[in-house]
Design a protein around this ligand. Structure first.
Ligand SMILES: Nc1ncnc2c1ncn2[C@@H]1O[C@H](COP(=O)(O)OP(=O)(O)OP(=O)(O)O)[C@@H](O)[C@H]1O
Ligand SMILES: O=C(O)C1=C[C@@H](O)[C@@H](O)[C@H](O)C1
Ligand SMILES: [Mg+2]
Length: 183
């Protein structure tokens, strides 16, 4: 894919911290835009026929990151998809570069105050959080902010439900299509 792809055809990539709602919102955005939804964690889970926690146990984080990169490099050059990344994908330069070049990258942001209320429902399925103290998780949350600073669009999600976030994304995309590709 090259720079001449119409903005209307570019795949949408959703980034942000673990549990912010990338998978939930991505699926809704895809439905609203009649596009295919791809969740990178799910692709990896299907390859391993088991949850991400098991994948980490079997191959370790380093091999997971390598696989995550390969899957994203392959998928993000496709058009007309909605793609939700894993929360750590943007740690890798090559992933940041290829998605920013080829896709519309949307950063779902959340404050620590709201995010920490969600910890209980996600901790069992997020190996990176397991065994950390609350202070260590907050530190990770703050350090990870830096990797998401490269994006095309940022949305503050505090106090919005997933459907409201998806509607906001769809509306802002339609506006940018009209602005940048009026035909
Ligand atoms: N806007 C929201 N308000 C409240 N809860 C939400 C919202 N969005 C998602 N959730 C809930 O938060 C949890 C995590 O959501 P989800 O799995 O979509 O996060 P994620 O960003 O894809 O995480 P990961 O980076 O680990 O893949 C789910 O239980 C989901 O129902
Ligand atoms: O933020 C992270 O490092 C991760 C987030 C999840 O989406 C999974 O990709 C995995 O649990 C690692
Ligand atoms: Mg997810």
């Amino acid at each position: 894919m090259n720079g001449r792809v119409s903005i209307r055809e570019k795949s949408i990539v959703i980034i942000g911290f673990m549990g912010v709602g990338k998978t939930t919102v991505g699926e809704l955005v895809a439905k609203k835009l009649y596009r295919t939804f791809i969740d990178i964690d799910r692709v990896i889970e299907e390859k391993f026929d088991g949850p991400i926690v098991k994948v980490f146990e079997q191959i370790g984080e380093q091999a997971f990151r390598k696989l995550e990169k390969e899957v994203i490099m392959d998928i993000c050059t496709q058009r007309l998809k909605v793609i939700s990344l894993g929360g750590g994908a943007f740690l890798q330069d090559e992933i940041r570069k290829i998605t920013l070049e080829n896709c519309i990258v949307i950063f779902l942001d959340i404050t620590w105050k709201l995010w920490k209320e969600r910890l209980n429902i996600i901790i069992d399925s997020r190996p990176v959080l397991q065994g950390l103290t609350m202070e260590e998780i907050e530190d990770l949350f703050n350090r990870r902010k830096g990797i998401y600073t490269n994006h095309h669009s940022r949305l503050e999600t505090d106090h919005l439900n997933a459907n409201e976030i998806a509607d906001y994304i769809v509306d802002s995309l339609k506006l940018s299509y009209e602005l940048y590709d009026p035909n």
